[in-house]
Design a binder for this molecule. Structure first.
Ligand code: PLP
Length: 424
């Protein structure tokens, strides 16, 4: 019996090896990695260029503590990533994962507010549902009761607004009035809480696991930016899942041409080769914090040269092979395949997403949007059926009268049309 206690309803097979979009267990059975793990393995498994960059770095050095040495891989990766960020966001703080990136963003924003003489600003508004990480700071701004409730007494309660689930509310996602309707909930919340107390608003440009690839309605992201500017609220984009090309643009927010003040990045950044993440912030904010004595924060493994060498090789592979463009093209092709499944299976109530961040949702009734009964346990049953058939997909059930069982179908960005047919 395993000594590990990760949470899986059914015992999972032992992984033997992985290559491209495929994974094999020790019995020799092959699986398609149809969710890139947890939307992580964006460039597929066993990429030779990344492996050789890692081997070369391992021969050189695997660890250099960031307060003792600068390292070439971390400098090079910071240069590379800031060549992809919006103008003005060109200072980077490396971390080892998504929760750490979000946690760093929270603490950095707070310290910045202090430099501006705004000690009363500490509340971070987020959305319900949402997922921003497992650590207590990131969890406090996560809108997903099944994961947050046991820890409520240990956290500072933070205000939430509803995520713009136009498909459940029967609103037209392409109508700017819909975008305004949901974005204005942010303004209402800011006014309710007291504008002077609001430090930041955090948003996943396209929803991840909690909403199942929720795409915001027309005008939403732009209106959010305006509202933040109006009330001096910092705008944080949680690009942990959307960053790295998966949505068909390097950053998800590029679809709406909106620039945040802080970006949290991880998952596809290290693409599963190493634990890697980053918090990227506006230069003037960083200078203000450094000028006031520095950022009181840091992790032992931050800027690890091996992780940074791998991250640099991942970004180079994405660029050299046009993988962001492939994610856009293959995403459209997979979207069409999922939509044709919708014609065949009335239980599929919605198909959504952008690029290769795609999801479908099962419902008891497509017309009323009524979810399947909880006891039906569709989210884990369908995943198990797919598993038996050699396909890995990622599911979540978001309860509380808000949604049903959704399934993320997010293969690596190297996927081909023929492989999409296999997945469908
Ligand atoms: N933010 C978002 C949008 C995520 O999807 C996740 C993970 O799923 C996180 C933060 C937390 O990242 P990690 O699990 O790497 O700590």
């Amino acid at each position: 019996m395993s000594k590990l206690f990760y949470q899986t309803k059914s015992p999972r097979p032992m992984l033997d090896r992985a290559d491209g979009i495929y994974m094999w267990d020790t019995s020799g059975k092959r699986y398609i990695d149809g969710s890139s793990g947890a939307m992580v393995s964006n460039i597929g498994h066993g990429n030779p260029a990344v492996l050789s960059a890692m081997q070369a770095q391992m021969a050189q050095s695997t660890f250099g503590y960031r307060l003792h040495f600068q390292t070439e891989p971390s400098e090079a990766l910071a240069e590379k990533i800031t060549s992809l960020t919006p103008e003005g966001l060109d200072r980077v703080f490396f971390v080892s994962g998504g929760s750490e990136a979000v946690e760093s963003a929270l603490k950095f924003a707070r310290q910045y507010a202090l430099t501006q003489g705004e000690a009363q600003r500490f509340k971070v508004i987020s959305r319900y549902p949402s997922y921003h990480g497992a650590t207590l700071g990131a969890l406090a701004i996560t809108g997903y009761a099944p994961m947050t409730a046991p820890f409520d007494p240990m956290m500072q309660a933070m205000p939430k607004i509803p995520a713009p689930r136009a498909y459940l509310d029967g609103l037209d996602i392409d109508d700017p009035a819909t975008g305004r309707h949901y974005a204005d909930m942010l303004e209402a919340k800011i006014l309710e809480e007291g504008p002077d107390t609001i430090l930041a608003f955090i948003v996943e440009p396209i929803g991840g696991a909690s909403t199942g690839a929720l795409v915001p309605p027309a005008g939403y992201m732009q209106r959010i930016r305006e509202i933040c500017d109006q009330y001096g609220v910092l705008l944080m984009h949680d690009e942990v899942m959307t960053g790295g090309g998966r949505t068909g643009r390097f950053f998800g927010a590029e679809h709406w041409d909106v620039t945040p003040d802080i970006i949290a990045l991880s998952k596809g950044f290290g693409a599963g080769y190493v634990p890697l993440g980053a918090m990227i912030a506006r230069t003037d904010m960083v200078e203000a914090v450094l000028g006031a004595g520095g950022f009181i924060h840091g992790y032992t493994y931050a800027g690890n040269p091996l992780a940074c060498a791998a991250g640099l090789a991942v970004l180079n592979e994405i660029e050299a092979n046009g993988l962001t463009q492939n994610a856009a093209q293959m995403g459209d092709a997979l979207h069409a395949r999922l939509q044709s499944l919708m014609q065949r299976y009335p239980l599929i109530g919605d198909v959504r997403g952008k690029g290769l961040l795609l999801a479908f949702e099962l419902m008891a009734d497509r017309g009323t949007k009524e979810p399947l009964p909880a006891e039906f346990n569709a989210h884990s049953r369908l995943v198990d059926i797919a598993y038996e058939n050699g396909l890995i997909i990622y599911s979540r059930r978001t309860r509380g009268g808000i949604s049903g069982d959704h399934f993320l179908v997010c293969p690596p960005m190297i996927v081909t049309e023929a492989q999409l047919d296999e997945i469908a």
